[in-house]
Design a binder for this molecule. Structure first.
Ligand code: ZN
Length: 529
């Protein structure tokens, strides 16, 4: 399997009239190297490029013809309309080879173009979508007497060496929004990844070094009763919630509804328990456990908004085990976007199953008009909330939300003050010679993530750490000696690092760490007896 990628222009070429920092030649040089990098992550793929470096000029035909012996030729570009800025034109165009009855390479290029165009448009958020285009030359370029030659030199070159060729026009650098988008390296990375995933799926490529996984096979569920299936797979959903923050009861009910207790055709043949199609939200969401290429094709019935049904043929994802199907489904729910918005915003960490299901339905997950009611009744029938992760958790790891680390205490104190005035319960710890400002410590990671979201919304830079440290007294001392004594008396502890204040030396250590006089507290405790 060999692919030839062409950075569409050399040197400093096609400066954007909208954003002066942008040159089409810079963008395509970066993009084609990223495409190469991601393609080379697949087994048996060789990638060649048309230029040894960005400065090298090469003819159009020559570049297309470089692809002799390749399975695909791609030329990367961004488009332009007119000479100035034009904010109204914003679409992705994939040019493929013109129709030709003497070869199959035109059909292949057309098929790939049809898969790429919508994906690129979705990743880029192009307001006018993606389209596929061909352009025929006015002349008979190869002199065979048939007027079916390609207008574009690179495509003509590719066709002449029998390679399916494509020109990818990544929207317009005459459009300010798109130009700025293309100037962002993280966007180019995302773009290259998504494009390569389309190619990998088309050519059935396998990622290098992927270990063969062992896990639950849906076929193991085939002869079990509904009760037995629930007992067998329940723990998988609890484990998934711990990782993803999506309610186990909700994913579990979806599993039951969508796979018929793991017995559907799709589950039995592909371990696909959620009807996950090959292409979902342009596959631009991260963390997928699917290999990007294994598919199972079947007919499926979909309900229209008016309630009528229609049957379509579709490609579905195939997984090595049920665990991967659950993981992929959750990754999709967490990452799928509608334009720039998360489709299922608010789902992560939602602990109310009715609310969670409504979020899923509202995000456009299912076409069935009774989806919410069906899932709720499944949860209630089987008491699936018993599989939900109990709040509080039972792990020793604490997820601490950190909002800055300072070598000077004064700076740390200022940050604490600012956070407090914004309503955040804040404390200061000392670790590795630094003053670290933390806002809450949680045994459930999702809760820490929710706090991160709140802080970020207020403009704070923050992250989760599991590292604790020595509390710095002034910032932590919030309760009176009498209140702390009462906590000790009742076996409680308001400091989130510990379940109790402990006994003996431990108690002294903890109280001192938080800035209390241990003797004074102990006296108050004794007075309570
Ligand atoms: Zn170009």
């Amino acid at each position: 399997m060999k692919i030839c990628i062409d950075a569409g222009h050399y040197g400093k070429y096609n400066r954007s009239p909208a954003v002066a920092a942008y040159y089409e030649s810079d963008m395509v040089w970066k993009l084609h190297l990223l495409q190469k990098k991601y393609l080379e992550q697949y087994e048996g793929v060789t990638v060649i490029t048309t230029r040894p470096n960005q400065a090298t000029d090469k003819g159009l035909f020559e570049r297309g013809a470089c692809s002799a012996g390749c399975d695909l030729f791609i030329s990367d570009h961004s488009n332009a309309v007119g000479n100035g800025v034009n904010e109204s034109v914003d679409y992705v165009a994939v040019y493929h080879l013109v129709d030709d009855t003497t070869t199959k390479v035109d059909d292949i290029s057309k098929e790939i173009a049809e898969r790429l165009a919508p994906v690129i448009a979705e990743v880029m958020g192009a307001s006018q979508g993606g389209r596929t285009v061909t352009r025929k030359s006015d002349g008979d370029r190869n002199g065979d007497g048939i007027m079916n030659d390609n207008y574009y030199g690179v495509l003509h070159g590719a066709r002449m060496v029998n390679t399916p060729g494509l020109i990818l026009e990544h929207s317009f650098h005459t459009n300010t929004k798109m130009t700025n988008w293309l100037l962002n390296d993280a966007n180019l990375d995302k773009l290259a990844k998504a494009e390569v995933e389309v190619l990998a799926a088309y050519f059935g490529l396998k990622k290098k070094g992927e270990a063969t996984k062992t896990g639950l096979q849906a076929t193991d569920l085939k002869n079990l009763s509904d009760e037995q299936v629930i007992a067998k797979v329940g723990a998988l959903f609890t484990a998934d919630q711990e990782k993803t923050g999506i309610l186990a009861s909700v994913s579990f009910a979806q599993f039951i509804l969508e796979s018929g207790y793991g017995k559907s055709e799709l589950a039995q043949n592909a371990n696909n328990c959620f009807g996950m199609k090959k292409s979902l939200s342009g596959n631009t969401w991260g963390g997928s456990s699917w290999d990007g290429s294994s598919i199972y094709t079947k007919q499926t019935k979909e309900q229209n908004p008016d309630g009528t049904y229609e049957t379509i043929t579709a490609d579905f994802r195939k997984y090595p085990c049920v665990e991967d199907s659950i993981a992929d489904h959750s990754a999709y729910l967490l990452g799928a976007k509608n334009g720039s918005e998360l489709r299922y915003a608010g789902l992560k960490g939602c602990t109310d199953y009715k609310k969670a299901i409504q979020i899923i339905k509202d995000g456009g997950y299912a076409t069935s008009l009774t989806y919410v009611e069906k899932l709720c009744s499944i949860i209630e029938k089987w008491n699936l909330t018993q599989y939900d992760v109990k709040s509080g958790g039972d792990t020793d790891v604490m997820y601490r939300v950190q909002v800055g680390a300072y070598s000077k205490k004064e700076n740390a104190d200022n940050q604490v003050k600012k956070l407090k005035s914004d309503g955040f319960d804040t404390y200061l710890i000392q670790v590795d010679g630094l003053y670290k400002v933390q806002v809450g410590a949680y045994s459930v990671k999702t809760n820490a993530e929710n706090m991160i979201a709140k802080l970020k919304a207020k403009g704070y830079d923050c992250f989760i750490t599991t590292k604790g440290g020595q509390a710095v007294s002034e910032a932590s001392k919030k309760k009176s000696v009498e209140e702390i004594a009462k906590e000790i008396y009742h076996g409680q502890c308001s400091d989130s690092r510990w379940d109790t204040w402990g006994n003996g030396d431990t108690r002294v250590e903890r109280l001192t760490a938080v800035g209390y006089d241990a003797d004074e507290v102990q006296k108050a405790v004794n007075a309570l007896f």
